[in-house]
Design a protein around this ligand. Structure first.
Ligand SMILES: Cc1ncc(COP(=O)(O)OP(=O)(O)O)c(N)n1
Ligand SMILES: Cc1nc(C(=O)O)sc1CCOP(=O)(O)O
Ligand SMILES: [Mg+2]
Length: 211
């Protein structure tokens, strides 16, 4: 069983030049991010291993889950709490055999994918991209709030809304039914990372009805 969460922060080092990965992610955690994912498409193997080990130690210090994007073996090697898979990555059933009871999350962009993920034993699903995003190059077209409404109604697996989510638009995502929010650029690219996390959490507390 995975612990529930509300604010999922994913790394994005391009968005904070001059500030270290650990400094930014620690600020996010101090602001209330309660699950962290290492997503890094450019580092070489050794560098990726060092980053994963460092984030593992940081998340352990704060007692929150650490998820590795894409790399199942890296998740195992660093004793991460889980793995996040894309639709084109290792299938859930195969990943489950490899990672045992670690957390498995998977991206979904349509309700059929969400339902299948539930049947196959995913622990959570990403639902998105809600809006256009500059962070992921090969992403599908925005699924919009209608997908959030649908997944909120039909998914038996916890879902987190992702993709282009900002403080300026998150209220409508929450009103559409999201109770967990994930953001990359809005969090790690912020001049006040902890404050941005606190603001996301306040909006979740207010059920998207804040002024
Ligand atoms: C929480 C969460 N949701 C979706 C994604 C996207 O994963 P994926 O489709 O594998 O794409 P990449 O992140 O690998 O580009 C995610 N990472 N996290
Ligand atoms: C990594 C990722 N996955 C998505 C999906 O919909 O599966 S959208 C996305 C990028 C999210 O970054 P930002 O918060 O900066 O838009
Ligand atoms: Mg992936």
């Amino acid at each position: 069983m995975m612990p529930d969460f509300r604010l999922y922060a994913i790394t994005g080092e391009n968005f904070h030049p001059g500030r270290s990965l650990l400094e930014v992610m620690e600020e996010a955690i101090q602001g209330g991010a309660d699950i962290i994912q290492l997503r890094d498409k450019t580092s070489h193997k050794d560098e990726l291993l060092q980053k994963a080990k460092a984030l593992r130690a940081l998340t352990r210090k704060y007692g929150i889950p650490f998820i590795v994007n894409d790399h199942v073996e890296l998740a195992l090697e660093t004793d991460a709490d889980g793995i996040h898979l894309g639709q084109g990555d290792m299938p859930i059933l195969q990943a489950r055999q490899r990672v045992g009871n670690k957390i498995i999350g998977i991206s979904t962009h349509a309700v059929e994918e969400a339902l299948l993920a539930g049947q196959q034993g995913a622990d959570y699903i990403g639902a998105g991209p809600v809006y256009a995003t500059q962070t992921k190059a090969d992403v599908v077209a925005p699924v919009g709030l209608s997908y959030i409404r649908e997944v909120a109604e039909k998914s038996r697996v916890p879902f987190v809304a992702i993709g282009g989510i900002k403080l300026s638009n998150v209220d409508e995502v929450i009103r559409a039914g999201a109770t967990r929010i994930c953001a990359v650029s809005e969090i790690v690219g912020s001049e006040n990372v902890a404050g941005t996390c606190r603001a996301f959490l306040a909006k979740l507390d207010q059920g998207g009805q804040g002024v």
